[in-house]
Design a protein around this ligand. Structure first.
Ligand code: ZN
Length: 82
C-alpha cells in the first residue's frame, strides 16, 4: 500500500504542497505559536515565511498581535536556516 501524502495549502500564497514542506502554526489567543497538537491550525510555506510582510499579513488575517507574530516568524526562520 502506498503511504498517503497529505497536501496542504499555504495561507498566504495558497500554494499547495505536501504537509512536510509546510510549517504548521496555530493561534493561541492573540499570539501565534507552533502547532501544539490540538486545535485549529494553518500552514505556511518556507518562501512566505521569509517574505517581507508576512508578519503583518498573518496578524491581519488571524487578528493576532503583530509583535508576537514577528517574534515567532524570526525564530522559525532561524530554525529553517540551521
Ligand atoms: Zn506561501
Amino acid at each position: 500500500m502506498r503511504k498517503s501524502n497529505p497536501i496542504r495549502m499555504c495561507i498566504s500564497c495558497r500554494t499547495r504542497e505536501s504537509r512536510q514542506e509546510l510549517i504548521r502554526l496555530q493561534k493561541d489567543h492573540s499570539n501565534l505559536i507552533r502547532y501544539s497538537g490540538t486545535g485549529r491550525s494553518f500552514y505556511l510555506c518556507t518562501r512566505c515565511l521569509e517574505g517581507q510582510h508576512i508578519s503583518k499579513i498573518i496578524a491581519g488575517r488571524e487578528k493576532l498581535d503583530v509583535k508576537s507574530v514577528e517574534e515567532l516568524i524570526k525564530e522559525l526562520i532561524d530554525n529553517v536556516k540551521n
